[in-house]
Write a protein that binds this ligand. Structure first.
Ligand code: GP9
Ligand code: MN
Length: 630
């Protein structure tokens, strides 16, 4: 093996610089949780292992210019991958998945959000690239290598050995990492961002082939599970109470339950929603969890319309927009209902136009149905107050009974609001996101109150039931410090964080008395069975007005909340006290969770998520004849 005149070869320099940069991003820019020194160690080595794996390929190029070019471009691509993930992470506290890349239309719509996600100092993340670029152009003689075959094979063998070592440690630290990978953070911290992307690509193509091989034979087992584990014979006293009434469903953007009956700077945040909590015509569910993943609003819609779980990666609205479903609009159609969605954003966002057809909505009033101008819009588009106001005429034009869904927009990250729309002052913390959240939540609260008035004036109110649901969290883990300050806690623990995933859920039935605050654990998966009492349908939730229910709410990443326990980040908590039940087991133990009080539910949750995936990936509802079942 002969090194050139010098020195340090460029592929080694690139490995060191790029590895170091990636490590800094992992450690200080992503908020990756590290529980022990082994995890610290794996996180430290994996950036260098991945970098070496790629850059060492360059030694196989005989021509120096090719070698240099290879290093330049792989370094550029690698840097862009790290950077795009970083920007994405700042918004979603998550890593990019392949299905999301094909959701480009959404990224383009991010508009004002994107600017707040890019920081001036980010330019430093390109410094190593500039240096490698310079060396590869100007100092070729110093940094290019010319190995004999043995040297090349050695470099290759070395990179593969390092990779195997990394995987071995990862598997030891997290058994079955690859088979149970609901959680992207675990993958990234154990095998690194780049190997994670390769893994994601493999999973993606597997999903794509699943539909082709599904033939309906999977169904009996799933139906059996639902019959025994999910469905209940009990019917609630409220059954039929909304028969033939209009259903008005408000998908309220990014609102979390912690704002209900709470204040900021001494001012009530949501006076109108608070009054609904007290209202005798309203059932308010205080332990209602959102169960969304990367598909955000669209996942919340998927859950509520189908009572199926969304995908663990990407947005099922995009990946499976052409499946057959048996959603609320389709079922209500048989009962004589007309259905519509009203949302002043472009129709293709989240692939809604296509998905709504699959869900069999009759009408979709998108952006073009509204008068949108500079005065009446902010952030993502039309403000909620004019949105509701302009929607009334469409509501009046629908034949009754109707099932309609209104999706609000103003209370969306980055929570921009005009001065004139601000009834309360922002909070004061290091997070502008959290600070500005409160005034926009108040704005939405007022918009919903006005909407109630419009409905009354239009004579629609009395004949309708109104459901208000938060779609998902608005304040991500990136703002934990500010959140802790607001909630007057020392820190936001994983337990607190999961509890913050509660979103408001109201069922308001004008004229009905008996409304109250409901304490039981509930979630978006329960909306469909609560709205409809059905025979022969496939769903994973329960009617929220019956006593005997499944008893847990599964989040899409495998975390769950049951009557007694709360399970997150591999820890089982007592739901009532917040205490850890079984202290995290020591590193050497093979399976961390055996003998854990949460274990039986954890297994059921995994099974249930798996069945839901099977239905979606295999497009299995195409094999079910629902007419025959009913
Ligand atoms: C876009 C709106 C927001 O139309 O529903 O989507 P989100 O970013 O919250 O998923
Ligand atoms: Mn949303």
């Amino acid at each position: 093996m002969k090194l050139n005149k010098v020195n340090i070869p460029l592929y080694v320099i690139a490995t060191i610089l790029f590895g170091l940069k990636t490590y800094i991003v992992y450690r200080f820019m992503f908020s990756i949780e590290l529980d022990n020194s082994m995890q610290e160690f794996i996180l430290l080595i994996n950036p260098f292992v991945s970098a070496f794996l790629i850059f060492a390929i360059s030694v196989w190029f005989k021509k120096q210019s090719r070698q240099m070019k290879f290093l330049r471009y792989t370094m550029l691509i690698g840097t862009l991958i790290v950077y795009f993930n970083l920007v994405f992470y700042r918004s979603f506290t998550d890593f990019i998945t392949i299905p999301q890349i094909f959701q480009g239309s959404n990224a383009a719509d991010l508009g004002s959000s994107i600017l707040t996600l890019i920081k001036v100092y980010d330019v430093l993340l390109f410094a190593d690239l500039a240096l490698v670029w310079y060396l590869s152009k100007k100092k070729v003689d110093m940094v290019a290598v010319n190995y004999m075959k043995r040297g090349r094979v050695f470099a290759l063998a070395m990179s593969l050995m390092l990779l195997a070592g990394n995987f071995f440690l990862a598997e030891m630290e997290r058994p079955q990492l690859f088979t149970r990978a609901f959680d992207r953070e675990y993958l990234v911290k154990n095998i690194g961002l780049f190997n994670y992307h390769v893994y994601d690509a493999v999973v993606h193509s597997k999903v794509k082939t699943q539909r082709v091989f599904a033939d309906g034979n999977e169904l009996p087992e799933i139906e059996e599970y639902i019959e025994t584990e999910v469905k209940r014979d009990e019917t609630s006293d409220l059954f039929g109470i909304a028969e033939d009434k209009n259903v008005i469903f408000i998908n309220a953007e990014s609102i979390q339950s912690f704002v209900i009956n709470n204040d900021v700077n001494g001012e009530t945040i949501t006076p109108f929603l608070n009054s609904l909590v007290e209202d005798e015509s309203t059932y308010y569910f205080e332990n209602f969890y959102h169960q969304t993943e990367q598909g955000k609003t669209s996942d919340s819609e998927f859950l509520t319309e189908n009572s199926l779980y969304p995908s663990s990666r990407g947005a099922v609205f995009f990946t499976h927009g052409q499946n057959e479903y048996h959603a609320i609009p389709e079922i209500l159609k048989d009962e004589g209902y007309v259905s519509a969605v009203l949302h002043a954003n472009n129709k293709s966002f989240w692939n809604r136009d296509q998905m709504y057809e699959s869900l069999q909505f009759d009408q979709f009033y998108g952006e073009e149905a509204y008068e949108v101008n500079e005065e009446n819009s902010i952030g993502w588009g039309l403000k909620d107050k004019p949105f509701f106001e302009q929607s009334i005429k469409y509501l009046q034009s629908l034949e009754e009974p109707f099932y309609t869904k209104f999706i609000t927009l103003t209370n969306h990250f980055p929570f921009d609001l005009d001065e004139e729309d601000r009834s309360i002052e922002p909070y004061d913390s290091n997070s502008n996101t959290l600070n500005n959240f409160f005034p926009t939540v108040r704005y939405m609260d007022e918009a919903i109150e006005e909407f109630f008035d419009h409905l009354k004036q239009a004579g629609i109110y009395e004949d309708s039931i109104i459901i208000i649901m938060g779609d998902h969290d608005g304040i991500s883990a990136n703002h934990n410090r500010a959140m802790a300050q607001y909630l007057e806690k020392e820190e936001i623990t994983p337990y607190d964080y999961l509890q913050l995933q509660r979103v408001p859920f109201f069922i308001h039935i004008p004229g009905h008395k008996g409304g109250k605050v409901m304490e039981e654990v509930a979630g978006q998966i329960d909306v469909k069975p609560t709205l409809l009492h059905l025979l022969g349908d496939l769903y994973f939730g329960n009617d929220l007005f019956i006593e005997d229910r499944k008893g847990y709410i599964a989040l899409r990443n495998g975390d769950f909340i049951s009557n007694d326990y709360l399970y997150t980040t591999d820890v089982c908590y007592d739901r009532h006290t917040g205490e850890e039940i079984e202290i995290k087991v020591d590193e050497n133990q093979e399976d961390k969770n055996t003998d854990n009080a949460c274990q039986p539910i954890k297994e059921q949750v995994e099974q249930e998520l798996g069945y839901s995936d099977e239905i979606i990936y295999g497009d299995l509802l195409r094999f079910v004849d629902f007419d025959e079942k009913e």
